[in-house]
Write a protein of this length. Structure first.
Length: 253
């Protein structure tokens, strides 16, 4: 295992290669990096031409676009990380893309990218990532016939596990919140003296909750009777005629 080739260097000693099939983007990124007073900046509008030049003279850092032709940024990254590409295989790669989906970013990290930046590119973020590379002590591990960043697979697995857990929580809330709202509405109706037949009370909260709701039923009926002094309506359960059980009326006074 070895450190990447920019580890421990100073910013002003960096030799940086930029690869993008848009000359406008090349000019923009070159201007951003040149303002940092690095030692050297080379630009290429094709991945295959960049690869030939870098094999002859490896840089310290590579910035590459993702979607290019005839060689894409993903293909360039895969070739660079091959064991046979020593010492080029140890050069840190920053991928710049306008298509930064969660799945694609994970694939790029698994393929050996050190950072993934979204377009439009921010000069401040680019500088921050370059500076962080200089103290990035993660080693390059040989996995089969290619190099990857040490610990990256474990980090991605941990993130996927957390995302899966959050998704389960989200699904649980989507399922339980409507039930909780309906339950609260039943209680609010009882407290407002709007008596609901007991057999219509949902039972997904357990027998204890049903006992509490039944007690609220009785208290609400008693308050209604005391306040009106006219009559009360009591709903009882059990075998009785009618859809909602047996309803008895008693005239007061």
């Amino acid at each position: 295992m070895e450190h990447h080739s920019a580890y421990g260097l100073d910013l002003d000693s960096l030799d940086i290669v930029i690869v993008d099939d848009s000359r406008t983007v090349l000019t923009m990124i070159r201007s951003m990096i040149s303002s940092l007073k690095v030692a050297r900046v080379r630009t290429f509008d094709r991945g295959d031409l960049a690869l030939q030049a870098m094999l002859h003279e490896p840089p310290n850092v590579i910035l590459t676009d993702l979607v290019m032709s005839p060689m894409s940024g993903t293909q360039l990254l895969h070739l660079i990380r091959q064991q046979t590409m020593v010492p080029l295989c140890f050069v840190p790669v920053i991928v710049v893309t306008a298509h930064a989906t969660q799945k694609r970013v994970a694939q790029l990290f698994q393929s050996g990218a050190h950072h993934v930046l979204a377009k439009p590119l921010s000069a401040a973020i680019l500088q921050q990532r370059l500076v962080s590379l200089l103290s990035d002590s993660r080693l390059m591990d040989l996995a089969g016939d290619r190099y990857i960043i040490s610990g990256m697979r474990e980090t991605l697995l941990e993130k996927r596990t957390k995302i899966a857990s959050l998704e389960k929580v989200r699904q649980f809330h989507e399922r339980i919140v409507p039930q909780a709202k309906e339950h609260q509405k039943q209680i609010d109706d009882i407290l407002n003296h709007e008596i609901v037949p007991e057999h219509l009370i949902p039972n997904y909260y357990g027998s204890r909750s049903q006992q509490i709701v039944s007690k609220l039923h009785r208290q609400a009926a008693e308050r209604a009777e005391a306040e009106t002094g006219v009559s009360s309506v009591r709903v009882t359960t059990g075998t009785a005629p009618g859809r909602y059980g047996r309803i008895s009326r008693r005239r007061m006074g």
